[in-house]
Design a protein around this ligand. Sequence first.
Ligand code: ATP
Ligand code: MG
Length: 410
Amino acid sequence: MKYQRPKGTADILPAESAKWQYVEAKARELFKKYRYHEMRTPIFESFEVFSRTSGETSDIVTKEMYDFYDKGERHITLRPEGPELQKPVKTYYMGPMFRYERPQSGRLREFHQIGVEAFGVDSPALDVEVIAMAIDLLESFGLDSLKLALNTLGDNESRQAYRQALIDYLEPFADQLSDDSKERLHKNPLRVLDSKDKKDQEIVADAPSILDYLTPAATEHFETLKKLLDDLGIKYEVDPNMVRGLDYYNHTIFEIMSDSKAFGGKWTTVCAGGRYNGLVEQLGGPETPGIGFGLGVERLLLVLDATENGLQLEDPLDVYVVGIGQSVNAETLKLVQSLRHQGFSADRDYLDRKPKGQFKTASRLNAKYTLTLGETELAEQKANLKSMETGEEISVSLADIYANFAGLLA
Ligand code: ATP
Ligand code: MG
């Protein structure tokens, strides 16, 4: 019997991986300018690391975490998001995350995030930096039709007041709510705002707004944030019903959405983030403010592939060495190796194919030059150098190739 791949997983094959490398390289380049440094954390962690911070009523903890007991009976989970334990002040990560969800377009069980975290600063100026960086990143891929949705969850006091107001509003609708929402009504009513259930969404449409329950301090954080965004010319839409899937957020939350063809024109979140001043504390650390975002790489690639010309990446090949006959096998190998060591990309045929087939391959690979070598050439210690662009051919000595190939091209 053939094994079936686990649902919601995908291979990133050689033909696709260049796109991933492109996205990652762009992100690294940008993060460098913003002075964010990479952190690499384990892919599996203690279950409690996430159950305590992500919120016991969140979808992630109640339904989506991959967890198991290891041979020492320790409760382990595959990370569902980037864990924010580390000390550095400004940091980023990229890597696989795991969530047991219903797979569909842009939703997998193993997916990849590029994320950013900045710790230790309460100032809304840092919120703006992080948001600006997320937008810069998406724009660096040429995306233009983007929407920044913004909200605040206030501080603890604002949230407590709002929580009660929401419960008071939702209670009369209790029997009409979905089972999940019924359950959350008292445990975590904010979560009901995030329900994907149609009927829940109708009920929630007229719910009170967090913006009416903010303390003066929370209002000030939000107002300053908006002013600074205005100052930078960054457009946003305030969505008072937006909440984040995780419990530890406060103050600023945001989502960057795309209405790409890839999502059937429906506004879909590609990047989401916010401030989480309570997170480090929940893990037993000192109170440390933090802000960050996570960008879904699969979703980004769906958007890039759906742009007018798709994502066109070059895959340059400097030299294809055409070897004719078994007798030149060793010399051909020495030639590609020497070219690589001289800094060129080089490839050859390993299937003993006819010259015609090898030249076809060379042009399919967009080789800039071919070097052809048969029995006669080998005897004369020469090869035929051809520019694939101009068609020009010259005979060159093997010694010159080995000494300085670049010199032959000048
Ligand atoms: P959703 O409401 O779509 O489930 P979320 O709130 O669970 O999103 P976050 O935890 O904020 O998402 O993750 C940030 C980003 O990571 C998302 O905007 C999305 O681009 C991506 N992402 C999240 N879950 C998945 C998944 N299962 N497959 C692919 N990408 C995902
Ligand atoms: Mg989710």
